[in-house]
Design a protein around this ligand. Structure first.
Ligand code: RP5
Length: 166
């Protein structure tokens, strides 16, 4: 969180500092919408105590949604979901193995009872998870809902119907 931010409503956690370049894409989206966030490196395996504290205390700190990013045997989103009932948005990280398919399956294949909403691998997933977090928050914030409509309109306006010349 930087000094200009409002109270954090979204948590962004990632399994390693190596995930940060991807997860900054999610942070940029939240900044664009003026949504405060917390961002931490918090591994399910290497720093389990930190992960536990982050997830277990999330609701009390005022977070409404957590974006959890991890690669390889990606357990972080599932661990977060086990610790809180606020929505968990899982972003599988692109890896050297199978282009991130390992992390995608690890994140998406949650057994029934503890859900994780899972997004695309890598940058696309990071951006969409942040936009989904905006959607969740917008359901109880009409001004934010309008910003989301404006964002979609601006995105549409940027897409030229003519493909570039060969
Ligand atoms: C996961 O292992 C992390 O989320 C990261 O994507 C992956 C590799 O971690 P590093 O070896 O780059 O720290 O836990």
């Amino acid at each position: 969180m930087n000094e200009n931010q409002t109270k954090p409503l979204v948590g962004i956690v990632m399994g390693s500092a190596s995930d940060a370049p991807t997860m900054h894409k999610a942070a940029q989206v939240l900044e664009e919408f003026g949504i405060g966030y917390e961002m931490k490196v918090c591994s399910a395996h290497r720093t389990p105590q930190r992960a536990h504290e982050f997830g277990a205390g999330a609701q009390e700190r005022g977070l409404k949604v957590i974006i959890a990013a991890a690669g390889m045997a990606a357990h972080l989103a599932g661990v977060m979901a086990s610790l809180t009932t606020i929505p968990i948005l899982g972003v599988p990280m692109d890896g050297k193995v199978m282009g991130g398919l390992d992390a995608l399956l690890s994140t998406v294949q949650m057994p029934k009872g503890i859900p994780v909403a899972t997004f695309a691998v890598g940058n696309h997933g990071a951006v969409n998870a942040a936009l989904f977090a905006v959607s969740i928050l917008a359901s109880s914030d009409p001004q934010l809902a309008q910003k989301l409509v404006d964002y979609r309109k601006a995105q549409t306006a940027m897409i030229d119907e003519n493909p570039p010349a060969a």
